[in-house]
Ligand binder design. Structure first.
Ligand SMILES: Cc1cc2nc3c(=O)[nH]c(=O)nc-3n(C[C@H](O)[C@H](O)[C@H](O)COP(=O)(O)O)c2cc1C
Length: 178
């Protein structure tokens, strides 16, 4: 499959089967994160890989909605990033999370980004604090997201390229009056 075909078929997957993921595939996914480009090559990210079911269940309480895939997944990668290492720490983390998501898709493994930074738990505690406390992540590290992984229990259709939002693309300049 070409990369473009993979991009057309890729989806965020939030429900997973019980099938375990081979250790070498877990390693390949983490490697994709470690291979990601970063501003000034600072590699401001650090990843916490979580497979323990009890911990995944506790992590899924980091916010009241759109976090259930954490409880269901086979493993998750908590993507943290260090503001003292790079002014582009959020971008570095975002690229790493995206490459792990795409690498998983290439291996036939579903995944989903669960946003942490800027979100709150049901009791108003910042989601970042919830995750930091559960996983002993140092205070200065930003917790950008949790990426969940597992074999898909959903059926999703490839994107129809004719339905892409080409109206968001401006050729030459934003305004045609120039
Ligand atoms: C920055 C960002 C934050 C996201 N946060 C969540 C989230 O908290 N929970 C979730 O289930 N999906 C989350 N997603 C996945 C999006 O909902 C998903 O990409 C979007 O609905 C488009 O669907 P697709 O990925 O299948 O094309 C996030 C994606 C991005 C890029």
């Amino acid at each position: 499959m070409t990369l473009h075909q993979l991009l057309l078929e890729r989806h965020s997957i939030r429900r997973y089967t019980d099938q375990p993921i081979p250790a070498e595939d877990v390693k390949t996914i983490i490697e994709a994160g470690l291979l990601s480009p970063s501003s000034k090559s600072a590699r401001s990210w650090q990843f916490v890989v979580v497979e323990d079911r009890d911990m995944l269940t506790r992590l899924s309480d980091l916010k009241p909605s759109y976090a259930a895939s954490i409880k269901d997944c086979r493993f998750a990668v908590v993507v943290t990033t260090d503001p003292t290492q790079s002014e582009a720490y959020i971008e570095d983390a975002s690229v790493a999370a995206t490459l792990m998501h795409l690498q998983a898709a290439d291996l036939g493994i579903g995944s989903c980004w669960v946003q942490v930074r800027g979100r709150m738990a049901a009791d108003g505690t910042p989601s970042e604090e919830v995750v930091r406390d559960l996983l002993a992540i140092p205070e200065h590290m930003c917790v950008e997201c949790v990426v969940t992984f597992g074999y898909s229990a959903e059926t999703r259709k490839p994107v129809d390229p004719d339905k892409l939002k080409w109206e968001k693309v401006h050729i030459g300049s934003w305004s045609q009056d120039l």
